[in-house]
Design a protein around this ligand. Structure first.
Ligand code: ZN
Length: 243
């Protein structure tokens, strides 16, 4: 599985600007943080359309991903123009396809994280962007907050925010693309099944629950701890989650 990360703009093209703050700088930081998060935790290969401050034409970005036969293309941008909040895009007409399904999952993870910070969800959108049109694989484009909103900008320039955003996006991509955790199959836990006489018939599933949290980050932290110990932990919404 190869994911191509595309930090928007670069070099002579700063993208949106606010004073001395450039979109091209923020997109690169976010893309590199996301790539680190992905390769640290998951069995996935990551490529970039740029890893430093250089100009790369839009068609060249798509061609790089196509030539490498990437499985997914993710373009990262910062919005501008007087709004605030987060939105993402797929190519027009692809929402009912696998592209849309991947975007929906990614969107849910990112918005779940951002809403805890009071960031608006501007929705799941479609647009005829060149990098979405010219890439041969599933592709999405993120507009991560507004550089000209003081509230959004305070988050965007924070290294902690950048890393937490990357963590949320990485978890979403891992779920959507079914990326295996790094290190292959965890060790098989010791057999704990009861003797056959008391064994239930096939089809009965027992879950082991070790915690329930209102704070998703605490749930994720516990799951990560369990995974480190070799248990294939997952985080699920509780059935009474609508508190
Ligand atoms: Zn942009």
């Amino acid at each position: 599985m190869l994911v191509c990360l595309d930090p928007g703009h670069g070099g002579s093209d700063p993208g949106a600007t606010f004073g001395t703050l450039y979109e091209k700088t923020l997109t690169l930081s976010l893309a590199l943080a996301l790539g680190r998060r992905l390769t640290d935790s998951y069995a996935v290969n990551v490529m970039y359309t740029r890893q430093d401050d250089r100009f790369v034409a839009l068609s060249e970005r798509a061609r790089m991903a196509n030539d490498a036969r990437a499985n997914f293309f993710l373009s990262i941008h910062i919005n501008a123009g007087g709004g605030e909040g987060y939105e993402d895009y797929v190519y027009p007409g692809t929402e009912p396809t696998r592209t849309g399904r991947i975007r929906d999952i990614l969107h849910d993870y990112i918005v779940h994280f951002l809403q805890k910070l009071g960031v608006d969800d501007r929705g799941k959108k479609e647009a005829d962007f060149a990098v979405l049109r010219e890439t041969a694989m599933d592709a999405a484009l993120l507009e991560v907050l507004f550089i000209d909103s003081a509230k959004d900008r305070a988050l965007l320039v924070s290294a902690e925010f950048q890393d937490q955003f990357a963590a949320a996006a990485a978890a979403g991509l891992a779920d959507a693309l079914r990326l295996p955790l790094k290190g292959g199959t965890p060790p098989t836990p010791a057999p704990t099944a009861p003797p056959p006489t008391s064994s239930p018939g096939p089809g009965v599933l027992y879950r082991v629950q070790v915690g329930a949290f209102h704070d998703r980050q605490r749930a994720d932290a516990l799951a990560a701890e369990l995974r480190q110990k070799g248990y294939p932990a997952i985080v699920l919404p509780a059935s009474d989650g609508g508190h």
